[in-house]
Design a binder for this molecule. Structure first.
Ligand code: MN
Length: 502
């Protein structure tokens, strides 16, 4: 029942990563990856992680995770370099000199998002805002993905951190990172992040659930073995070649499901403790397999079939789910999908790089496209519309990468108070807009502003990620009329006018 991934917690070598990358990358620039490895290793020399491992092993594992997700070379290189600006004396300019603009931008983005303080949630709106801010500051979706790999490894080694820090990090992982993974369709990553955070956030509930669920998982596992053999036999008789993937349901997601009113905490009402997945080569085979399954076992009327192939979920998830009665009366959920749908369900947006590369390599025909060899354009995501860009048809990988360079919310910026509180402002906002956003009195008393420690004029245009410190004079009576020439928020304009009238 434990989904703990079998991944090295510390990795010192680049060779296994290059091996992985070669498998999905025809014209891999090995020299570039090796150069990044040497560069980062040298920069991090002498540093240690709290686990006692040399600091640099972390960066190598992050790169390894990215290679597992089959990310492009720039992302893997950025994985190796992701902490050099933050933790060593290297600057983004240094990185650009050695690795070019694209990689420097990724590393810059990683450094920016690394500085966001994602505090505990106060309201749903706040958490949602953080997620948006995170995306807006990332600019390029690959930054988010590298950050997810980074967080994933940090969660795997969380036990080495001081106890007082563990809960906060785990909470942030649940609220922000797992949900970002979900929005990006990276279902497996989401499940793993949640399971890693679960025991830190809800230790008692976690213990209780393990004790309660263990025997049921065991039974489900035994059952799945039998079912698997039966399905393979029946499908082979129809001439269908498939692969079957059986995996235990993630614990956190089980816990959440048990909390639903209709489940009433009863594990007997959960039918997907072990997810049984029939993975086919072609889309048509999914429907053939569904027919075969229904010939062997009776469909559970109430639960029925849900066809997320005909109508995919908003995050791009595709699969057919069916619930059937086994011979012993037990209900089991079976999911049917193609290899590509499976890959996407596990790796979401990250899978696109692989398939966009695969396509440019083999020149997939449009017929293959329709067969689901490459993800078909799907319904647009409602959440932050621009995210839909990654689901659009991919012409080649370069185009795809361009399309996911994230310009969602490009008309919004996020700036910080010196305490690290985040504020969301329109593009072109000035320290005056910022001041009125916080408090009217503050706006009325501003006499100067510092941005990232440097004095700026009051009409200075703020940019993403800047820390804004306001200098105030409590004796100041009110705003200046000329502020109206440059403020951009309606709020500031209104308050200034109101105070001028007085
Ligand atoms: Mn890191």
């Amino acid at each position: 029942m434990n989904n703990k991934p079998d991944r090295p917690l510390a990795l010192k070598e680049i060779a296994p990563i290059l091996d992985k990358m070669r498998r999905y990358h025809d014209d891999l620039d090995e020299a570039l990856v090796k150069k990044a490895y040497r560069y980062a290793k040298k920069a991090h020399q002498g540093q240690k992680r709290l686990s006692g491992d040399p600091a640099f092993t972390h960066e190598v594992v992050v790169a390894d995770i990215l290679a597992d997700w089959r990310l492009d070379t720039a992302s893997v290189v950025a994985g190796l370099l992701h902490d050099v600006v933050e933790d060593t004396n290297k600057t983004v300019t240094n990185v650009e000199k050695h690795f070019g603009e694209e990689i420097a931008e990724l590393v810059g983005g990683l450094t920016r998002v690394g500085q966001i303080r994602l505090r505990g949630s106060e309201s749903d709106g706040f958490v949602e805002n953080l997620r948006k801010m995170f995306l807006a500051m990332s600019k390029d979706l690959r930054v988010v993905i590298v950050k997810l790999a980074d967080r994933y490894h940090n969660m795997l080694t969380l036990e080495y951190l001081p106890e007082d820090k563990q809960v906060g990090i785990a909470q942030e992982t649940l609220e922000v990172f797992a949900s970002l993974a979900e929005r990006l369709g990276m279902g497996e990553v989401k499940g793993q992040l949640e399971d890693l955070a679960f025991p830190y956030c809800y230790p008692e509930e976690y213990e209780e659930l393990i004790e309660y669920a263990q025997p049921y998982y065991k039974k489900a596992e035994d059952r799945i073995e039998k079912v698997k053999r039966e399905i393979l036999r029946a499908l082979a008789a129809e001439g269908l070649r498939v692969r079957i993937d059986g995996r235990a349901k993630h614990l956190y997601s089980l816990w959440r499901k048990l909390a639903r009113p209709e489940k009433d905490g009863d594990i007997e009402k959960i039918h997907d403790l072990m997810a049984l997945r029939i993975i086919t080569k072609k889309k048509e085979d999914c429907y053939l397999a569904l027919g075969v399954v229904h010939k062997i076992w009776q469909l559970v009327p109430r639960l029925g079939v849900r066809d997320f192939i005909a109508q995919s979920k908003p995050n791009g998830y595709q699969s057919i789910h069916t619930n059937v009665f086994l011979a012993d009366g037990q209900i089991i959920e079976i999911q049917i999908r193609t290899e590509e749908m499976h890959e996407q369900a596990e790796h979401g947006v990250a899978a696109h790089w692989y398939y966009s590369q695969a396509k440019s390599r083999q020149g997939a025909s449009s017929a293959e496209l329709e067969e689901g060899k490459i993800f078909a354009p799907q319904e647009k995501m409602t959440w932050v519309q621009q995210l839909a860009a990654w689901q659009d048809e991919i012409v080649d990988s370069q185009d795809f990468i361009e399309s996911v360079k994230f310009d969602a919310l490009k008309h919004r910026i996020f700036v910080f108070s010196p305490k690290g509180d985040a504020y969301d402002l329109p593009e072109g906002a000035t320290p005056i807009d910022f001041a009125y956003q916080i408090h009217t009195e503050l706006g009325n008393q501003v006499v100067g502003a510092k941005v990232d420690g440097q004095m700026v004029s009051l009409d200075h245009e703020l940019s993403n990620g800047e820390v804004v410190e306001l200098l105030i004079d409590r004796k100041r009576k009110g705003p200046s009329a000329n502020w109206l020439d440059f403020v951009v928020t309606r709020l500031a304009r209104r308050k200034i006018k109101k105070n001028l009238r007085r």
